[in-house]
Write a protein that binds this ligand. Structure first.
Ligand SMILES: Cc1cc2nc3c(=O)[nH]c(=O)nc-3n(C[C@H](O)[C@H](O)[C@H](O)COP(=O)(O)OP(=O)(O)OC[C@H]3O[C@@H](n4cnc5c(N)ncnc54)[C@H](O)[C@@H]3O)c2cc1C
Length: 410
C-alpha cells in the first residue's frame, strides 16, 4: 500500500521503517526539515524503566509548592491558564487511584517493548553505535524522597524492572562529579541513552530514505475522510494514499479534530542547555529527583535540562528557566562549564494528561492512524509505537492491548 506519514520526527521516522518492513511504499511529509521538533534537542534517555505516569496522587500534593516558584520545575503561564483548564481537569482525573493504576499497566506494557524495539531497529538500520547501555541514576537530595524511591522501586519490580537503591558513597563512586548533599540514588542498570537525539533522528530518517521512503517538505492542513484518504495542503494540493499516519507530535491536535477526535493534546514545554564537545564529566544520565531536571552525557557534549512549562506552542521561550535549572545543577555537580558557553534550547513535548500516547485509528476514517502524544517518552517509545502502528495497518493482532491508547478514551 501507499502510506503517508505526517511528521519527520523520531516517531515518524520509526513508523516509516516499520511500514517499509511490511513492504509498503512510504511518503514522509513535514512542513519543516526532518527533526525540527523536540526530537532534535531532547535529553536522549531511553527511559523504558519509567512506568509511573506524571499524573499521580503524589504530584497533586506537590503541585502547589512547585507553582509558588515562578522558575521552578513546573510553571503555567497565566495567560495560557484558561486554554489549559480542560487538560488540567483530565490530569486531575487521571491522577485518581484507579485511573492511575490503569495508566501504570498501559505505560508499562508499552515501555517494556521500547528497548528491545530500539535495539532491533538500531541493529537492522546500522545505528547500534547511537545507543549506549550504561544504566541511569535518579539522585535524591533528601531522605524523604529516598524513602519514596523505595516504594517506586517496589512498583517497578512488579514489572520486572531492576532498580538498586544506593547510598551517597556508592553514588559518589559511580559519579564522582556529584558532590552536592545527596541522600542516595536509585540506579537503573538497564536504562539506556542515545549518543545524540538529533544525530539519531536524522540517521534513522536517512536510513528510511535509503530503504526507499520518499520525503516531501509540505504542510498537511487536512486529511479527507475518503476510503483512500487525501492529504490536503493549505494551498489545496492533494496526495491520495491508501493509509495515512499522523505523527505530527504536539501539532497533531487539529488534524485529529478534523477527523472527529477531540484529543486533549497540549504541550509541556521543556528547556535545556548543551555544552558541545564537553564530555567525560559523568558516565551515565542522572536525574535529580524533586528538582525537575536531568543531565545527559551525550556523545556530542553534556546536556542539562528538563522543567515543564505550560504556555502553548506560540509563546517565546523564557530562558531564565534554563538559567535557573543550570544554577541548581551547579550546586549539586562539580566542574560544570560556564552557563554562557552553552547552547540554549526549548522544545514542545506532545503531552496527554494520562501520560499515554494516542495509538489507534481515526473516528471518521479507519484508514488514518494516530501515533502522537508521547510526552516525556517519545524518543523512548518511538520504535515500539511504530511496530504497533504497522500491526494495525497490516491487520495483525497488536502485541499489546491498545484500548488504553485509543483516541476515544477521553
Ligand atoms: C526538554 C525535553 C526533554 C526530553 N527528553 C526526553 C528523553 O530523554 N527521552 C524521551 O524518550 N523523550 C524525551 N522528550 C520527549 C520527546 O522529545 C518527544 O516525545 C518526541 O520527540 C516526540 O516526537 P514526535 O516524532 O512525536 O514529534 P516531533 O519531534 O515534534 O515531530 C513532529 C514533526 O511533525 C511536523 N509537523 C507538525 N505538524 C505538521 C503538519 N501539519 N504538516 C506537516 N508536518 C507537520 C513538525 O514539523 C515536526 O517535525 C523530551 C522532550 C523535551 C522537550
Amino acid at each position: 500500500m501507499k502510506v503517508a506519514v505526517v511528521g519527520a520526527g523520531i516517531v515518524g521516522a520509526a513508523v516509516a521503517h516499520a511500514l517499509l518492513d511490511d513492504g509498503h511504499e512510504v511518503l514522509i511529509l513535514d512542513r519543516e526539515e526532518p527533526a525540527f521538533g523536540p526530537s532534535r534537542g531532547n535529553a536522549g534517555w531511553i527511559a523504558h524503566t519509567d512506568i509511573l505516569p506524571i499524573a499521580s496522587p503524589k504530584i497533586l500534593r506537590r503541585v502547589p509548592k512547585f507553582l509558588t516558584d515562578p522558575l521552578g520545575p513546573l510553571a503555567i503561564r497565566p495567560a495560557y491558564l484558561p486554554r489549559l483548564l480542560p487538560w488540567l481537569t483530565r490530569f486531575v482525573l487521571a491522577a485518581r487511584p484507579a485511573a492511575y493504576e490503569r495508566s501504570i499497566r498501559a505505560l508499562a506494557a508499552l515501555q517494556q517493548r521500547a528497548l528491545p524495539a530500539w535495539l532491533a531497529r538500531a541493529e537492522r538500520a546500522g545505528l547500534r553505535r547511537h545507543i549506549h547501555r550504561r544504566g541511569g541514576l535518579y539522585a535524591f537530595t533528601d531522605a524523604a524522597t529516598l524513602a519514596e524511591a523505595g516504594r517506586v522501586a517496589k512498583r517497578q519490580a512488579e514489572f520486572g524492572i531492576r532498580v538498586e537503591l544506593i547510598g551517597p558513597d556508592e553514588l559518589r563512586q559511580l559519579e564522582p562529579a556529584l558532590t552536592g548533599g545527596f541522600a542516595g540514588a536509585s540506579f537503573h542498570p538497564d536504562a539506556a541513552h542515545v549518543g545524540d537525539p538529533l544525530d539519531l533522528t536524522l540517521a534513522l530518517f536517512s536510513a528510511a530514505l535509503a530503504r526507499g521512503a520518499v520525503f516531501e517538505k509540505a504542510e498537511v492542513a487536512n486529511i479527507s475522510t475518503a476510503e483512500r484518504p487525501a492529504l490536503i495542503g493549505p494551498d489545496g494540493w492533494q496526495r491520495v494514499v491508501d493509509r495515512a499516519v499522523i505523527a505530527a507530535g504536539a501539532w497533531s491536535k487539529p488534524l485529529a479534530a478534523a477527523l472527529g477526535d477531540a484529543v486533549p493534546l497540549d504541550t509541556e514545554r521543556g528547556y535545556n542547555v548543551s555544552f558541545r564537545g564537553f564530555t567525560g564529566l559523568t558516565s551515565r544520565p542522572v536525574g535529580f529527583e524533586g528538582h525537575g531536571f536531568v543531565m545527559t552525557p551525550l556523545d556530542t557534549g553534556l546536556r542539562i535540562g528538563g522543567a515543564v512549562e505550560f504556555g502553548g506552542l506560540k509563546a517565546a521561550p523564557n530562558h531564565a528557566r534554563t538559567r535557573a535549572l543550570y544554577d541548581k545543577a551547579a550546586t549539586l555537580v562539580d566542574g560544570l562549564p560556564g552557563f554562557d558557553s552553552g547552547r540554549l534550547w526549548m522544545g514542545f513535548r506532545p503531552s496527554l494528561p494520562d501520560s499515554l500516547p494516542v495509538i489507534g485509528t481515526a473516528s471518521r476514517n479507519p484508514h488514518v492512524l494516530y501515533a502522537f502524544g508521547h510526552g516525556h517518552y517519545g524518543m523512548t517509545q518511538s520504535t515500539a509505537t511504530a511496530e504497533l502502528v504497522a500491526d494495525l495497518i497490516a491487520r495483525r493482532e497488536p502485541a499489546i492491548d491498545l484500548a488504553p491508547f485509543s483516541p476515544r478514551r477521553f
